[in-house]
Design a protein around this ligand. Structure first.
Ligand SMILES: [Zn+2]
Length: 276
């Protein structure tokens, strides 16, 4: 997996450099070959590991897990919006965020809550949006940047909602608003007004939708949109700048922290329940 000799293309300046160079002789980028791991990382993120599929796969897997963890809750709630809703305990075990988690110092729930959903309609709706917007964002920003942006936007939304409302909250919609914002930023910079108008329309309709449908976390939507907007401005487009190894590493680190975070929530919540 590790390449020990030969050369690679520097992610910063796209010139050929030795794999073991400490600094790129052209642009000064630090460790362009990442100790020989850069080619493996590059082939992993993108070719072998589709991050958009990973996002939707994680959402669906955790939804199923949440239902299985608390089967008695599945048919407990009634109403169209709560068809096949996981129970609150199961959701806390898998990393739901909100005022309680925030006060306990469970900061990782800002990441884990993005992958949890409160019902069949909630997850179907969000997975549909991720499948629509995700590949488009991955094409213009690159898959690793899109993954980082998605998670940063989701976390920004939950941070705002934890500070402002403290309601227990889950769902990828804040992160989806971040993807919308990122595509609007791209459309504006590239002067594609048709695309930008269409995206604004979706963002506004979805935003209004949030105020009509009960129990939607509008703070998370607003925070996600703002987070995505800021993150998009900090990232380059893939046609002008290749994704740096730092972004690839950030994406892998986010995956690791999210996975460990789910484990931490599970351990903590189960511990509290057993102590009761
Ligand atoms: Zn370089």
């Amino acid at each position: 997996m590790r390449q020990s000799e030969g050369s690679i293309v520097c992610a910063e300046c796209s010139r050929l450099v030795g794999i073991n160079e400490e600094r790129c002789p052209y642009c000064g980028a630090w460790r362009p070959g990442l100790f020989g791991w850069a080619p493996f990382l590059r082939s992993l993120v993108g070719a072998r590991l589709d991050l958009i599929v990973l996002i939707t796969g994680a959402c669906l897997t955790l939804y199923a897990l949440a239902l299985l963890l608390q089967p008695e809750a599945i048919f407990a709630s009634s109403g169209f919006l709560s068809i096949l809703s996981p129970g609150g305990r199961a959701l806390y075990q898998l990393g739901m965020t909100g005022g309680i988690a925030w006060e306990l110092g469970w900061w990782w729930t800002l990441l884990t809550a993005t992958y949890l959903h409160g019902g069949l309609l909630h997850i179907a709706f969000n997975v549909m949006w991720i499948r629509n917007l995700g590949p488009a964002a991955a094409e213009v920003y690159g898959p690793a940047r899109t993954f980082v942006l998605f998670n940063v936007a989701g976390a920004a939304g939950f941070l705002l909602s934890n500070e402002m409302s403290g309601a227990p909250t889950i769902g990828a919609s804040g992160a989806i608003f971040g993807l919308l914002a990122a595509l609007i930023v791209y459309g504006r910079k590239r002067g594609s007004s048709v695309m930008t108008q269409q995206l604004w329309q979706w963002a506004i309709i979805l935003g209004i939708f949030g105020f009509i449908v009960p129990s939607v976390n509008n703070w998370a939507h607003g925070g996600g949109f703002a987070g995505g907007w800021v993150a998009a401005h900090l990232m380059g487009f893939s046609d002008e700048h290749r994704e740096s190894t730092r972004v690839l590493l950030a994406a892998l680190a986010l995956i690791a922290v999210t996975a460990v975070g789910i484990g931490l929530s599970f351990y903590n919540v189960t511990g509290i329940l057993l102590a009761e």
